[in-house]
Design a protein around this ligand. Structure first.
Ligand code: NAP
Length: 466
């Protein structure tokens, strides 16, 4: 504790522990000294010098009785001295230092001294290796785990995290798969945890799910509008990029010049897609946030044909392209750009936020798509999580007041005027229309003006623009 403050670190990463799980049973005092008092001292030292502390902990803080994988909100209940001493370390870190990350991992392999590596060495020599069949965990490659730590620290979002591989399995299955892939000669003997007769009890299930599974970091090229440009898709892209970076992905953003992307090109005449196609070979994923008006102005123009042609070129040239469809509009079949877009939708990998959106696009554009559904919340950053009462209080909404809310762009296809005309609702109810004009083309500007008038004239209705 004395040694650290003069070094004035910004962050301390604590990987030290007494990890001999069985020895901890017979050397309890040493286990608590290293695994609980050690992090306690580090937290005090960090507090003294204004550093953050990332403390590595374990899946053995759980008892294994849960039916599924453990997440960060599950209550711990360790079975062994090792688990209890590690939990003690976690608790002390949390108590002493708000600026902490407690990272729980487990079933770590790849360091050279771990169970899996040693067993594979035996199989490589044609010997026999034992694999437990009745205990499962989330095998985690140590390099992937290490790659996650710095991005996590950079987020500054302190708290407890489960960082674990994405697939749960017993060691027996992992060994068998590794042996088959590598074509090793040795044999694997199935073992039961009870038969081993180890002094320390271990959880039968320590599989973990967490905010971010630990897999290889991807290189992602994101093509999108981006803040400070005022744009819903841009804000969505920013939150998605932050989440990907938190998960350890390396993300490069290609934005128009008025957005703070890492690479900036004017969005028009297909230029962002041509640039993405050129940059594509260095990336595992090229993700395009698609909404027609981001890439061109309304109406038919030669520029639109170039845009659609370039997008088709991108999806053909770079198979790792995925288009996240925010809006696609309806086709007019006589338009050459729509003819080309039809080919894009038929060919590309698409992502939708709801299956209804996917069905509409398939019906309108008469295509069968290759798609996946993605969680809309992945692109939303919840700044402060508030309880309902607290949120009502902050927004001055009375306990029993009924509030109707229409939120979205103030464009004709949202039909907010229908909700306003349907008012007044029940006595004491209010209707708030909350939105902004995304692109100020004449039709949208006219619609926003008439909606303003209508809201002003209608009792109980307010329009908030922002
Ligand atoms: N490996 C896994 O599957 C796994 C699973 C869950 C959690 N974890 C956690 O991950 C972290 C790292 O584990 P690991 O697998 O890398 O364990 P490890 O190989 O046993 O490494 C632990 C390190 O801590 C050091 N150490 C022990 N007592 C110390 C002390 N009093 N002062 C300073 N250093 C001390 C050891 O140094 P010496 O070598 O000099 O003794 C060793 O370098 C631990 O917090 C562990 O609880 C690991």
């Amino acid at each position: 504790m004395q040694a650290i403050p003069p070094l004035a670190p910004a962050v301390i990463v604590n990987c030290a522990a007494m990890t001999a799980v069985d020895r901890c049973e017979s050397e309890q005092e040493a286990a608590y000294r290293v695994n609980a008092a050690g992090p306690h001292n580090l937290a005090l030292a960090a507090r003294r010098c204004g550093a953050a502390l990332l403390h590595v902990s374990t899946d053995y803080v759980f008892d294994g009785s849960k039916g599924g994988p453990y997440d960060e909100l599950d209550p711990p209940n360790p079975l062994s001295v090792y688990g209890r001493s590690k939990l003690g370390g976690e608790e002390r870190v949390r108590e002493i230092l708000p600026e902490h990350f407690v990272v729980r991992t487990g079933y770590v392999f790849g360091s050279g001294r771990d169970h899996l590596t040693r067993s594979l060495d035996r199989l490589r020599r044609g010997e026999e290796a034992g694999g437990i069949t009745d205990r499962i965990g989330s095998p985690t490659y140590v390099v992937h785990l290490a790659e996650r730590l710095l991005p996590l620290i950079r987020t500054g979002r302190f708290g407890t995290y489960h960082l674990a591989g994405s697939e749960a399995a017993p060691w027996f299955d992992v060994l068998r798969r590794a042996r088959d892939i590598a074509g090793l000669a040795g044999s694997i003997t199935p073992q039961s945890a009870v038969d081993l007769g180890l002094p320390a009890p271990r959880p039968a299930n320590s599989a973990r799910s967490g905010r971010a599974p630990v897999t290889a970091a991807r290189k992602v090229l994101m093509v999108s509008a981006y803040p400070p440009r005022r744009c819903g898709v841009g804000s969505y892209a920013k939150a998605s990029v932050e989440r990907m970076r938190e998960e350890g992905d390396h993300v490069v953003v290609l934005s128009p010049p008025d957005g703070e992307g890492d690479v900036r090109v004017p969005f028009g005449r297909g230029r962002p897609f041509l640039r993405a196609a050129r940059m594509g070979p260095g990336f595992d994923l090229v993700q395009v946030q698609y909404q027609p008006s981001l890439y061109d102005r309304p109406g038919l123009s030669p520029s639109k044909v170039l845009t659609a042609l370039s997008l088709l070129w991108l999806v053909r040239k770079r198979k790792q392209t995925e288009i996240v469809v925010h809006e696609a509009g309806r086709p007019k079949w006589w338009r050459p750009d729509h003819f080309l877009l039809h080919r894009v939708f038929a060919r590309a990998r698409l992502a939708f936020h709801t299956d209804a959106e996917r069905r509409h696009l398939e019906k309108d554009w008469r295509v069968r798509t290759r798609f996946r559904l993605i969680d809309h919340a992945g692109g939303v950053r919840i700044a402060t999580r508030l309880a309902r009462e607290e949120a009502r209080d902050r927004l001055s909404i009375g306990d029993h007041e009924i509030l109707f809310l229409c939120a979205g762009f103030l464009h004709p296809d949202k039909a907010f005027e229908r909700a306003v005309r349907a008012f007044p609702g029940p006595p004491g109810a209010r209707l708030v229309v909350l939105g902004s004009v995304r692109d100020g083309e004449p039709g949208n500007a006219r619609y926003a003006r008439s909606l303003r008038d209508l809201c002003e004239r209608t009792p109980g209705v307010a329009l908030i623009e922002g």
